[in-house]
Structures are given as structure tokens and as C-alpha cells.
Design a protein around this ligand. Structure first.
Ligand SMILES: *Cc1c(COP(=O)(O)O)cnc(C)c1O
Length: 365
């Protein structure tokens, strides 16, 4: 059986180091907001190229806290790609803001920058870009719009740790492409812990201080409560695990790129549309998403050949029960994507034989 994602195998590679770091936490008797958190925050900020990293409880909270810290609420609109994972949209609506759904580009699956301007109103406060499936959004047009209309750019980087774009000859990673970025360290992400975890990165000193406060009951950590905050902390054990895994992220992403390259060069089947990337650096292949008119039949064919697959995602957010107020919207590109996509196995621990077998089975469909 070729697993879609073998998390045990992924983490087993670091077992000794993880054991030792967890022991440090046990020995320290300090379980939240301690040295492990501080160390990981410092290292992850350096990795992303930002001034600040704030560890939080999960990726949804990271996005939520950014919106809260900007005090966006009822009546404020935030532009977001219509085909994103629902968490991006939930973070907006949880704050009472209105998500304004914009169609993606069918080639990159990322927000179509040419469709944003027509959705901007006097109530628009921010553009949330989502580096979906692991591919960094091409930011130039988005930065220009943000400047023209005085909007914040919020990144949802939950699927794209390590991906980046070249800006005037300089490689800049996601997390450092907007005003603030939310990351998730859910176990299945490219950088994953062993439970829930997340982070906000930003270069904005004031925003960083405010998010750190809001995430700790809105306090200055001395029981003076300045904001009606919440509780969203990254625990020491998760921070320790992430700090062990972070130095291996680039190598793991390189292996994902190698597998993606092999798939793209060797899958030859007219019934299947392969994913595209505009630059090798831009994509860290969190998932390898193909399209097929009859993806259910394709999925069954792979299953019959002992290959696990997944669908990211089967239903568009505006067709979900919880967003019935958007059910009337016509978003044909988004709807096509949700009807046709299927994700093949990809991970840093897949063997060459497994990768070859996937190609053979897909080509035989
Ligand atoms: C995983 C994910 C999130 C949410 O992260 P959690 O840690 O599960 O809360 C947000 N946005 C996207 C695009 C994701 O893939």
C-alpha cells in the first residue's frame, strides 16, 4: 500500500533528537511560552526573513489573530480566493467581517489577480492571499492594488512553508510577502508538529506586540488586560518538535520538488491535467493536485492498485452548508476545480519505487 502521507515515517527520521528535546521540556517543568517557544520563534522568523514570529495554537488562530489585531470587524470586507481551504474564510467571518470571494486562476489555483480590483469597495480592508497547495502567489499586482487602495495584505501560508518568490533579484519566502502571515503546523503540513500548532510572522513591531498580547488573554503578561483577548499559545513540546524539524525543511521540500518533477515529466495521460508552476522556487508541493473529468473513477482505479489519494477539496466553500448565504454565487472556475481535483501521494519519505508505481498506475488509467 502506498500511503497518501506516512506521518510516522516522516517523524521517525528525527526520533532521537525529538526524544531529547521533549526530555528537556519535561526536565524544565515549563510547558508554555518558555525557552523552546522562544528558540523556535527566533529560528522560524529567521527562516522566513521576518522580524517577528509569534507561536500560536493553530493556523486558524494565526489568521484570526491577525484580523483581530487590525480591529477589522462588522462591515469590513476582506478579499479571499473562493477555492481556498475553508479555514481562511472562517477566520474572516469569525471576526464579523465579510469574505469577498474571488475566482482563482485555473493554471495556478491561486487567486486571479486580474479579478480583484472589481471587487474592491470603500469597505475593503485587506486582501488575504492563500499560497494554495504549496505554491507562492505572484504578488506584484496584489502589492500594487494594496498600495493604490490602502489595503493590508494578509498571507495564509499554511500550505507553503519555505516557498518563495524572487523580488528584484532577492528570494523572499512566504510569510514575508505581506503585512502579516498565518502558518499552520498541523501534522500533515510541510512543517508539522505532533498536535496543533501555528504562528504569525510579520515585520510590523506594533502588530507583533498586539498579537502576542491578544493571544495571551489580551494582557501584558503581568495581568493588565488591555484587549479582550483570547488564549492561543504554542506549547513547549510542539515548539521543541518544530525546532528539531525546521533545519530539515529545505531538504524535505527539495525531495517533494524532485517527486513533482518526476510526476510532471512522466505522467502522460490525456485524461489527466497536471499542475503547473511559474518557477521551481515558488512551489513546495504540499499536495500534488491533478484534474480529471471523472476523478472518482481515477481515485477508484488508484485505490484498486493500493495507492491512497485525497481530494483537496471535494466541496467549494460557497457550496458548504455553513455558508448558505453564498450558495447563489456563480463561481465556475472554483466549481470546476472542486469537481475535478485529486491529490496524488507526495512526501519527503516516498521511495523512488513508490513514485514510479504511482506514475505507472496513473498512466494505465
Ligand atoms: C491547514 C490550513 C489552515 C488551518 O490550519 P490549522 O492549524 O488546521 O488551524 C488554514 N489555511 C489553510 C490554507 C490550510 O491548509
Amino acid at each position: 500500500m502506498i500511503k497518501f502521507l506516512d506521518l510516522h515515517k516522516i517523524n521517525e527520521r528525527f526520533r532521537e533528537e525529538i526524544d531529547a528535546r521533549i526530555k528537556q521540556v519535561l526536565d524544565s517543568g515549563w510547558y508554555l511560552l518558555g525557552n523552546q517557544d522562544k528558540e523556535f520563534e527566533k529560528n522560524f522568523a529567521a527562516y522566513c526573513g521576518t522580524k517577528h514570529c509569534i507561536g500560536v495554537a493553530n493556523g486558524l488562530d494565526a489568521l484570526n489573530l491577525i484580523i483581530k489585531a487590525y480591529s477589522f470587524g462588522a462591515g469590513d470586507e476582506i478579499i479571499v480566493p473562493a477555492n481556498t481551504y475553508i479555514a481562511s474564510i472562517l477566520a474572516i467571518s469569525e471576526n464579523g467581517c465579510t469574505p469577498v470571494l474571488v475566482e482563482p486562476d485555473i493554471n495556478t489555483y491561486n487567486i486571479n489577480p486580474d479579478l480583484i480590483e472589481e471587487k474592491i469597495t470603500p469597505n475593503t480592508k485587506a486582501i488575504m492571499v492563500v499560497h494554495l497547495y504549496g505554491q507562492a502567489v505572484q504578488m506584484e499586482k496584489i502589492w500594487a492594488l494594496a498600495k493604490k487602495y490602502d489595503l493590508k495584505v494578509i498571507e495564509d501560508s499554511a500550505q507553503a512553508h519555505g516557498a518563495g518568490v524572487n523580488v528584484n533579484g532577492e528570494f523572499k519566502r512566504v510569510g514575508n510577502l505581506g503585512d502579516a502571515s498565518g502558518f499552520s503546523f498541523y501534522p500533515g503540513k510541510n512543517l508539522g508538529c505532533m498536535g496543533d500548532g501555528g504562528a504569525v510572522t510579520t515585520n510590523d513591531d506594533e502588530l507583533a506586540t498586539k498579537i502576542r498580547a491578544i493571544a495571551n488573554y489580551g494582557s501584558d503578561y503581568k495581568y493588565h488586560h488591555i484587549y479582550k483577548g483570547t488564549n492561543s499559545r504554542l506549547d513547549e513540546i510542539q515548539a521543541a518538535i518544530l525546532d528539531v524539524k525546521l533545519p530539515h525543511l529545505d531538504k524535505d521540500n527539495a525531495r517533494r520538488r524532485e517527486i513533482a518533477k518526476y510526476y510532471r515529466e512522466n505522467i502522460k495521460n490525456p485524461k489527466i491535467t497536471l499542475p503547473q508552476t511559474y518557477s521551481e522556487d515558488a512551489h513546495v508541493w504540499h499536495v500534488f493536485v491533478v484534474r480529471c473529468d471523472d476523478r472518482d473513477a481515477l481515485q477508484k482505479h488508484l485505490e484498486a492498485n493500493d495507492i491512497q489519494t485525497n481530494i483537496h477539496y471535494p466541496t467549494a466553500p460557497h457550496k458548504q452548508g455553513c455558508y448558505s448565504e453564498y450558495a447563489h454565487l456563480s463561481l465556475p472556475v472554483t466549481e470546476k476545480i472542486h469537481a475535478e481535483v485529486m491529490s496524488l501521494p507526495i512526501s519527503p519519505v516516498m521511495t523512488d519505487d513508490e513514485v514510479k508505481k504511482v506514475v505507472e498506475v496513473v498512466n494505465a488509467y
